[in-house]
Ligand binder design. Structure first.
Ligand code: ATP
Ligand code: MG
Length: 139
C-alpha cells in the first residue's frame, strides 16, 4: 500500500517518534523512505559580507540533522533517500512529497517550537492542510 514514504525530521523528540513509525511502516511495506530536513536561507542577511559564511554554516548544521536521522534509523532493510532542502518548511516538505510521489508523509504533531500551548505546530498544520496524500502526525 505504501511505496514512497516521506519523513519530515527536525531533530525534535516528536520527529524522533515519527521516525520510528516511518521506519516500521517502511519495513512492513518495503517502501522507500525519504528523509527531509529543511533549513532557512538567511535571506535577511543577503548582501552582508558574512552571508556566504552563515549560509554554509546553516547548511552543514542542517546536514548534521539529516545525519542524525540516518543514525537513528539504525539497521534498515529498505531504501533511504536524503533530501536537504532550503526554504520554508511546509512548502519544501510538500514539494519533496510531490517530487518523490509520496503516498504517506510522517511527521511530529509538534517540533522544536517554543510555544508549548499549541496542539499542532504550524509546519504540521500546513502540511496536513495541503498534502495530497495521507499524513501521519505522531505525538
Ligand atoms: P512552530 O514551528 O509552529 O513554532 P513546532 O516547532 O512545535 O511549532 P512544527 O514546526 O509544526 O511544530 O513541527 C512539527 C513537525 O514538522 C516536526 O515534528 C517535524 O516532523 C516537522 N518539521 C518541522 N520543522 C521541520 C524542518 N525544518 N524540516 C523538516 N521537518 C520539519
Ligand atoms: Mg517548528
Amino acid at each position: 500500500m505504501f511505496e514512497n514514504i516521506v519523513l519530515a525530521f527536525d531533530g525534535s523528540e516528536y520527529s524522533r517518534k515519527a521516525l520510528q513509525c516511518a521506519k516500521a511502516i517502511a519495513e512492513r511495506f518495503e517502501a522507500t523512505l525519504c528523509l527531509v530536513h529543511v533549513f532557512r536561507n538567511p535571506s535577511d542577511l543577503l548582501g552582508y559580507a558574512d552571508y556566504e559564511k552563515l549560509f554554509s554554516k546553516r547548511k552543514s548544521a542542517a546536514q548534521a540533522v539529516l545525519d542524525d536521522a540516518l543514525q537513528e534509523l539504525g539497521h534498515i532493510t529498505f531504501t533511504v533517500q536524503e533530501e536537504l532542502q532550503e526554504g520554508l518548511e511546509a512548502e519544501a516538505i510538500l514539494k519533496v512529497a510531490e517530487s518523490c510521489k509520496a503516498d504517506l508523509i510522517v511527521m511530529g504533531t509538534r517540533g522544536l517550537g517554543a510555544v508549548k500551548g499549541l496542539l499542532v505546530g504550524s509546519v504540521s498544520r500546513k502540511v496536513i492542510h495541503y498534502a495530497e496524500c495521507p499524513v501521519m502526525a505522531v505525538h
